[in-house]
Design a protein around this ligand. Structure first.
Ligand code: ADP
Ligand code: MG
Length: 242
């Protein structure tokens, strides 16, 4: 399937209706999300902002099909994720979503290209040769084709995160979810990673980024603020100011 889906123009890529998520901590209930409604169209670059504990990661885990809501409904590309089995959900995640986290989660004993190829090897019917070829292409997209044989320890923090982005894109997902992707980087490396994401967005990728840093959110076209498990307000940038 191509990265650019043939969703009808009226069909949002993401549609969340009254999502709640309550965690049980011993006997205490923690209401991390208290009713979130959200639509994201294909091709948007959205940042979710809010202070620590406001529910950003919880929302991201739900939208990333890593977790199920306590109540509410979630549709990804028109499919109701909240109605899928665990297995269906994990297949959907593998095919349609790419993830980038604050920690890069690269495997130290594998070269860059093998790290990037890894998600493909979990898919039935993908041969190692073709997985490597696709991984090389993904490395090219992040400008690191020259580092394919390097191991994570031989790369800078910024390069490691770009390898992690290549790994997230190797399945050609239409949507990239990034939770504090520059949180472990100095400002120069962080800016490099953000410039990379901006390029990928311009080439058609939809990006949903979670951050508490206004300088990082400034890269997005639409910023959504959260507080105490709810969306409080949002702001769209004029296209011309990009
Ligand atoms: P953010 O990413 O904005 O910092 P989180 O979504 O991680 O916020 O957390 C929202 C709230 O839910 C916080 O009060 C946090 O302590 C709580 N929380 C998050 N994960 C869990 C968990 N697994 N168990 C219990 N409480 C949690
Ligand atoms: Mg978080």
């Amino acid at each position: 399937m191509s990265a650019l889906t043939s969703l009808p123009a009226s069909q949002p890529l993401i549609q969340a209706e009254a999502l709640t998520r309550t965690y049980l901590l011993g006997k205490m209930e923690v209401a991390a999300l208290r009713g979130v409604n959200l639509e994201i169209a294909q091709g948007e670059f959205v940042a979710i902002m809010g202070s620590s504990g406001s529910g950003k990661s919880t929302l991201m885990h739900l939208l990333g099909c890593l977790d199920q809501p306590t109540s509410g409904r979630y549709f990804l590309e028109g499919r109701e994720v909240s109605a899928l089995s665990l297995r269906e959900r994990s297949l959907l995640r593998g095919k349609r979503l790419g993830f980038v986290f604050q920690s890069f989660f690269l495997i130290p004993s594998l070269s860059a290209v093998d790290n990037v190829a890894l998600p493909l090897l979990y898919q039935p019917g993908v041969r190692a040769g073709s997985a490597r070829e696709q991984a090389q292409q993904a490395l090219q997209k992040v400008g690191l084709e020259g580092r394919a044989a390097h191991h994570p320890a031989e790369l800078s923090g910024g390069e490691r995160q770009r390898i992690a982005i290549a790994r997230a894109l190797v399945n050609r997902p239409p949507l990239l979810l990034a939770d504090e992707p520059t949180g472990n980087l100095d400002s120069a490396n962080g800016a490099g990673v953000m410039a990379m994401l901006l390029e990928l967005w311009k080439s058609g990728l939809t990006i949903l980024l979670v951050t508490h840093d206004p300088a990082i959110a400034a890269y997005a076209q639409r910023v959504i603020w959260m507080k105490d498990g709810r969306i409080t307000h949002e702001e769209r940038k004029d296209e011309l100011t990009q």
